[in-house]
Ligand binder design. Structure first.
Ligand SMILES: Nc1ncnc2c1ncn2[C@@H]1O[C@H](COP(=O)(O)OP(=O)(O)OP(=O)(O)O)[C@@H](O)[C@H]1O
Length: 366
């Protein structure tokens, strides 16, 4: 079987709204290989969830318009009928959400819910489905799996419910797992355990994974490669080592500056989210993400960028390959690498910006 699991090419996802057509995902392309974890990062509203929902084709098809291709093992999902897509969801590609309670049915036991997915997608008896459900719960490290099968979702903690969701998602051994902020609602310790679990299961099942997060600490710990999104576009893509050592886009550099030092003790900030420790002021990226109804001409980050020049506003910069596997959507990437001085030192992207200015509209990251 080919190593390439997913190829997304020039994907656009638009919605028809009362104020007209808005394009939430605007021409993104990326690939995911077997056993690889691709992180999709960016501030709130940049299009991460719409990307995930597009991959699963979960959006309301009456008001959503797709273009481009989403090839899973060479089959373009956008060309499948809804019936065929329903057959593939949960079998070939599966998704884990931030809030397991919204995906688990409160009136059915955990066992019934895992077994239902297995019975839909695999030819087996009820007894075999029960065995498989038990095996999946064991794999996720949930204590007393026999007892869990008989329990209802509300009888489990948040972390335990997320393990159940992962067991359900992986029970049919999908080729692609899409995880949309699956650890955001969990405490730091449980978050670390769930990340370890996803990594272990990736080794065991070798599925490709798209992992959505706003947390660069999570990216550092889990992902192989990362695509940074801004207002519906990918603005930088590279392997994780390059992200932390040689990010070139001023937005990526702003996000990195706004992430507490990963080696420092947790201060309750963006990367850790935990309590305790001394409070330290978090850097932020000044300015606001424009709305989809007011997408600027040229570079979408220009109004917040410390390195902006006239040419940035003329047309959308292409996503250029700087080095093998390192793509950046910035006209000045090479100059920034060489240490050029910012043209607007007060703006975002000139990392680090330590305090929000009173005159500037400031968006916390995340
Ligand atoms: N059904 C819809 N109709 C119109 N606009 C939508 C719809 N769904 C999402 N959007 C818009 O698409 C943009 C991207 O949203 P999306 O949820 O993908 O962001 P995100 O990066 O996942 O943010 P967050 O981290 O807050 O979840 C937002 O501006 C959002 O308002």
């Amino acid at each position: 079987m080919s190593a390439r699991v997913l190829t997304v090419n020039d994907l656009h996802t638009s919605f028809w709204t009362e104020s007209g057509r808005v394009t939430a995902v605007d021409g993104i392309s990326f690939v995911v290989d077997r056993g690889e974890i691709l992180g999709l990062v960016g501030e709130s509203g940049c299009g991460k969830s719409v990307t995930a929902e597009s991959l699963m084709r979960l959006l309301d098809e009456d008001s959503t318009e797709y273009s481009g291709t989403i090839e899973l093992d060479g089959v373009n999902l956008l060309e499948l009928s809804e019936t065929e897509m329903r057959r593939r969801r949960g079998k070939d590609l599966a998704m884990v959400f931030q809030d397991p309670m919204s995906s688990l049915n409160p009136v059915y036991t955990i066992g019934d819910q895992i077994m239902e997915g297995i019975l839909i997608h695999q030819r087996c008896s009820k007894g075999e489905a029960r065995e498989r459900a038990l095996e999946m719960l064991r794999l996720t490290g949930l204590p007393e799996p026999e007892k869990r099968l008989r329990q209802y979702p509300h009888q489990l903690s948040g972390g335990q419910r997320q393990r159940v969701m992962i067991a359900m998602a992986l029970a049919s051994r999908p080729r692609l797992l899409i995880a949309d902020e699956p650890t955001t609602a969990l405490d730091v310790t449980t978050q670390a355990q769930i990340l370890d679990l996803i990594e272990d299961l990736r080794d065991e099942f070798e599925m490709g994974t798209v992992f959505i997060t706003h947390d660069l600490g999570v990216v550092a710990e889990l992902c192989d490669r990362v695509a940074v999104m801004y207002l519906g576009q990918i603005i930088e893509e590279c392997d994780v080592a390059t992200l932390f050592d040689a990010a070139r886009h001023p937005y990526t550099r702003g996000l990195l500056a706004a992430t507490p030092d990963l080696d420092e003790p947790d201060d309750g900030g963006a990367a850790g989210g935990g309590a305790g420790g001394a409070k330290r002021e978090l850097p932020t990226i000044p300015g606001r993400v424009p709305t989809l109804a007011n997408v600027p001409e040229g570079c979408r980050f220009a109004d917040r960028c410390a390195f902006v020049i006239e040419a940035c506003r003329a047309e959308v910069p292409p996503l250029r390959e700087l080095d093998s596997g390192h793509r950046v959507r910035c006209l000045r990437a090479e100059e920034i690498a060489a240490g050029v001085a910012p043209t607007h030192p007060g703006a975002g992207g000139d990392a680090p910006i330590l305090t929000p200015s009173a005159e500037t509209d400031t968006t916390e990251v995340p």
